[in-house]
Write a protein that binds this ligand. Sequence first.
Ligand code: ADP
Ligand code: MG
Length: 201
Amino acid sequence: MVMDVALKKALIEDCAKVITAHADELTSLDQAIGDGDHGVNMKRGFESLLADADALAARPLPDMLKAIGTQLVMKVGGASGPLYGTLFLSLAKEIGEAPNTENARAAFASAIEAVKARGKSEVGQKTMLDVLAPVLAAWDNRAGLAAHLSETARQAADATIPMKAIRGRASFLGDRSIGHMDPGARSSSLLIATIAKHFGA
Ligand code: ADP
Ligand code: MG
């Protein structure tokens, strides 16, 4: 599908809006099992995308994703900045200017592999990957795909609650990381639900 400037701008604006609206929640999740900066980190990064939304949206999709990835690496910081940055930079490499669902899915699959390599992490370690990977696995050819992916992301974030963290700051807590949702899993589910809304969810 062709992603026109208005759609690209709306995606950036809505992602920034949802992260800002949930910044306090992301912060409290990170206070429970990390250092309490995930909300602030993500808000800073997405506010900088919002400030640049017109210029970003005017670029072809791969260029826009590359610029977003670069900006997230620079502005978000922490562990999640380089990881979200890697996700978008890798998407930028694989996605076409007018992707169909197969191209988008393949690009997302490569991007998840890039995050794993960057984070030296795998599924099941209580991180953002525990939302990203189930969403990829649920991506099929069904009618109503966007709503399905959005719901999958929500459930996958919930499913990080009983997990024990093996990567990231939360892993320092060992068993005490059990019983809390992973902040990066929550921010990933918020972003996926927001993006899915523009594709029919
Ligand atoms: P920091 O942990 O440096 O304070 P943030 O609080 O912004 O950074 O981000 C924490 C989130 O980053 C975690 O909730 C987790 O989802 C994700 N994360 C941390 N380390 C890794 C990793 N090695 N692989 C994948 N995701 C990770
Ligand atoms: Mg943190």
